[in-house]
Design a protein around this ligand. Structure first.
Ligand SMILES: NC(=O)c1ccc[n+]([C@@H]2O[C@H](COP(=O)([O-])OP(=O)(O)OC[C@H]3O[C@@H](n4cnc5c(N)ncnc54)[C@H](OP(=O)(O)O)[C@@H]3O)[C@@H](O)[C@H]2O)c1
Length: 501
């Protein structure tokens, strides 16, 4: 797929945290790979900056994020020529005149990227329309979380849908842009050995965990209003769950994939009433030590209400009511100030029914397939092998397939009999892939409106129950794996979180 040229990318929230840390580095890397055809990028913000100041600020942010081998001043000079800063308060309809003057009314490929808080999405859309900036060829990208509950998400969707057709709307969840997530689909649907095992007959349970060692950093104002459940669980973790659990789509086409994902969300067993207490754990970090440094409790972070009840941790047990997954629990977990920064999907296969070998730790011998999304993306399969030497002792061994570092690719080197390929291939960042897809008009890895609504529909009772209850998040020490109740959630089922790799 190609990006149609010329293109115009209008980035609302153009100097915000997301734009500087993720979107501009991704766009620069596309430039470096010569995948951006002729086109302009307009960064929109409220603050008064001169264009040269903005270019310097963006360059600094981009070069901070990418490794030195990709910091190329010549490429930057080309990229900087595309970049322009536009000062607009998006709640002021008249201010959009400035944008109207800049944009080329005949541009065939105009993308509006909304990297602001979602309560501004309706204003932005209405003001774009009243300034005649939307054409049938325009597209709009909406950052997550869209809304803060089902009603607000519906209201945003309704307004945006008045001006953009569903085919023009790209709801982004950047976890779907990660190489390993796409590899998960390939592994499942291009290999009969895995797909034939991918069900309740062979799989004991699945864990999906996104942990951060950082606290709220500069985003306290936003985070304290949102919390871990809306920021991570309602979108990233549910989307990963869908990719792991969906039925094979008939084609690798946008609606075929999204049809299967939405069926998974519809099949989630509702968590309501007493189940909320039993199956959903929320926590808030207290003071502790993170990566060797003493850190304050959440409520003492700058910008956080000192009485805040916002959860910085959520763990939950989720069940899918269909033939494939009946009786297979999915344990989901996310939080800030945890022991490590990592994102993993762990598919834990059942133990063998009968062992003919002496195994000291039989449970450690069950096969595991681990998809690691961060920090070092890769896939590992845990198997058993004979321990070298006399006797028939069995020990765990791991086959790894690591896209970031082919030299560690044990499987490829073993199977080909050749030396591992040490020519590193740059693994595209998630936003790079998704920005390219949005500019090129490929919505496969973006959410459709019904997926988003079904997700909110499923989480809404949990959020409403927390709102109405006197219960508060359980405290946990910063730098640990969360509250004790999270360990108990699995221990009650005779299981453990996968924490020591
Ligand atoms: N940061 C992340 O890692 C991340 C990850 C995934 C999703 N997201 C989502 O991305 C969106 C942006 O997050 P963020 O962290 O980048 O937030 P942020 O750092 O607070 O940036 C928000 C931007 O919006 C602009 N803005 C706010 N009100 C405006 C107005 N009335 N008119 C024009 N511009 C306005 C601000 O511009 P001024 O500063 O000039 O006022 C600022 O640049 C949110 O929906 C968030 O949930 C963020």
């Amino acid at each position: 797929m190609q990006i149609e040229q010329p293109f115009e990318l209008v980035l609302f929230g153009g100097l915000g945290d997301l734009a500087l840390r993720k979107l501009f580095p991704a766009l620069y890397l596309l430039e470096l790979d010569k995948r951006l055809p002729f086109g302009c990028i307009y960064a929109v913000g409220r603050r008064g900056y001169k264009s040269e100041e903005v270019k310097e600020k963006v360059k600094q942010a981009v070069f901070e994020q990418i490794s030195p081998e990709y910091q190329d001043d010549d490429c930057w000079a080309v990229f900087a020529q595309r970049l322009k800063y536009i000062r607009i308060d998006v709640q002021d309809p008249k201010a959009f005149n400035v944008l109207s003057r800049e944009l080329d009314e005949d541009c065939p490929n105009r993308l509006f990227y909304l990297a602001t808080a979602s309560f501004l999405y309706a204003d932005i859309t209405i003001n774009l329309d009243s300034n005649q900036l939307i054409s049938p060829a325009s597209k709009i990208v909406l950052e997550k979380p869209i809304g803060h509950d089902l009603a607000s998400a519906k209201a945003i969707n309704k307004t945006v849908a008045e001006y953009f057709d569903e085919s023009q709307i790209y709801r982004i969840d950047h976890y779907l842009g990660k190489e390993t997530v796409q590899n998960l689909m390939v592994l499942r649907f291009a290999n009969s050995i895995f797909e034939s095992q991918w069900n309740q007959h062979y799989i004991d349970h699945i864990q999906i965990s996104i942990s951060e060692s950082l606290g709220v950093e500069q985003r306290a104002g936003f985070y304290d209003q949102v919390g871990a459940f809306r920021d991570m669980m309602q979108n990233h973790l549910l989307q990963l769950l869908c990719i792991v659990a969906m039925e094979p789509p008939s084609k690798m086409e946008p609606d075929a994939v999204r049809d299967e994902k939405v069926k998974v969300i519809k099949a989630l067993r509702p968590i309501e009433g007493k189940d909320i207490h039993d199956k959903v754990i929320r926590g808030q970090y207290g003071q502790g030590v993170s990566e060797g440094i003493p850190v304050p409790r959440y409520r003492d972070e700058a910008g956080v209400d000192d009485q805040s009840q916002t959860e910085t941790f959520v763990a939950m047990k989720v069940e899918i009511e269909n033939w494939r997954w009946a009786g297979v629990p999915f344990y989901l977990r996310t939080g800030k100030r945890l022991a490590e920064r990592e994102c993993e999907i762990v598919v834990q296969f059942k133990e063998i029914p009968h062992s003919i070998f002496s195994m000291q730790h039989k449970e450690a011998m069950a096969n595991k397939l681990i998809f690691r999304l961060q920090p070092d993306e890769g896939i590992r399969l845990q198997l058993c092998e004979k321990k070298l030497g006399s006797g028939m002792n069995v020990r765990p061994m791991t086959l790894s397939l690591n896209p970031d570092n082919p030299s560690q690719d044990y499987m490829r080197s073993q199977s080909s009999g050749r030396e591992p390929d040490t020519n590193r291939v740059r693994v595209p960042e998630a936003y790079e892939r998704l920005l390219f897809d949005a500019l090129a008009g490929n919505p496969t890895l973006f959410l459709r409106d019904d997926e988003l609504m079904e997700a909110w529909h499923w989480v809404d009772p949990i959020l409403a129950a927390w709102q109405d209850s006197d219960s508060t998040p359980e405290p946990y020490t910063a730098g640990t794996w969360g509250p004790a109740a999270s360990t108990l959630l699995l221990a009650k089922d005779g299981r453990l979180w996968n924490e020591n790799n």
